[in-house]
Design a protein around this ligand. Structure first.
Ligand code: AMP
Length: 302
């Protein structure tokens, strides 16, 4: 059962308290696709320029990701982002962003993609997320992620997106910004009131909250406890990709599947933050994943 992922694919420069990395593979869809690829077949929709390194394409291919929906524009430049984290990794600033090829991107889904049952709209402008959503026919489950930039610059499209998807994911700061609620339980309920069928609020090292629907009890998972974090970039995207890959592999979107997807998301995100870019996650084996998953469940089972 295939999972369609659209979002940014780019080249990042990153500075964290643990070091720095230049010209690394980045983008919300890159992280989500690689994370999901451990769990289900993935179709990637996005755009890059001819400067996009071949080794990044090879990484996607090694993970078995279907690249039919990836547009490579001759002579154009790939999306670029530079980010810097402060002392304790808790806050981050965008130092530079160049949308480049994304500025004029009009995604056209390959015909075979239109019937994808599971769809993840990873972080990119809500205009593009809605355009992809318009092209899929009766998907079983659609999730969307967004970020502060779009909440500030295009709030009406973010609101429209939330009403059209089955699940909206935001991190804690974005949920507070969007809803105006400082308390995260209140913020999650406010997302449901805004028309979200379900919502996930990611809290970084403090885990994640699932609001499965109006009137339903919330569910929470801790983060995997780690002794050393190198780069938190893409943790949320890996969480979401794994969450959706898990639903696709279980062929279920019922509450028990949503809850176990929360655990799978946490495990996959934990590999991402242990190195820059996809340095650690992309090298994992299914056995290593299962081991960490088992150990993680043991950290909070009574
Ligand atoms: P996250 O840490 O989950 O926010 O995701 C980080 C990734 O998002 C980086 O690899 C960036 O390339 C990408 N990114 C940063 N800003 C944007 C943006 N405005 N739109 C889409 N992707 C972005």
């Amino acid at each position: 059962v295939s999972l369609l992922i659209v979002g940014s694919i780019g080249i990042d420069d990153i500075l964290t308290p643990a070091g720095s990395a230049r010209n690394t593979l980045g983008g919300s869809a890159s992280y989500a696709a690689v994370a999901a690829s451990f769990l289900s077949p993935v179709r990637l929709v996005g755009i890059v320029g001819s400067d996009f390194p071949r080794r990044f394409l090879n990484l996607f291919r090694r993970r078995g990701i279907d690249l039919l929906g990836l547009e490579i524009v001759p002579g154009a430049r790939t999306f670029r982002w530079t980010g810097r984290y402060h002392e304790n990794f808790s806050s981050r600033e965008t130092v530079e962003i160049h949308l480049n090829v994304f500025e004029a991107f009009n995604p056209r889904l390959p015909a075979a993609y239109a019937s994808s049952p599971y769809v993840f709209l990873a972080n990119i402008s809500p205009r593009l997320q809605l355009s992809v959503l318009d092209q899929v026919r009766s998907p079983r489950f659609v999730a969307a992620d967004t970020m502060d930039l779009w909440i500030r610059t295009d709030p009406s499209r973010v609101r429209a997106l939330i009403r059209r998807v089955d699940l909206i994911l935001m991190n804690d700061e974005e949920a507070v910004l969007f809803t105006g609620e400082r308390n995260l339980v209140a913020a999650g309920r406010a997302l449901l009131s805004a028309g979200a069928r379900a919502a996930v609020i990611k809290k970084g090292a403090h885990g994640a909250l699932l609001f499965p629907g109006p009137g339903m009890p919330l569910f929470q998972v801790p983060a995997v406890p780690l002794a050393r974090v190198v780069d938190p970039t893409g943790a949320g995207d890996s969480f979401a990709g794994a969450f959706m890959g898990h639903l696709a592999s279980r062929r279920s979107t019922a509450p028990p599947a949503l809850r176990s997807a929360m655990a799978m998301g946490s495990v996959m995100a934990s590999f991402t933050v242990e190195d820059f870019s996809l340095g650690k996650l992309a090298r994992q084996s299914s056995a290593a994943l299962r081991r960490r998953h088992r150990g993680y469940l043991g950290t909070f089972r009574l």
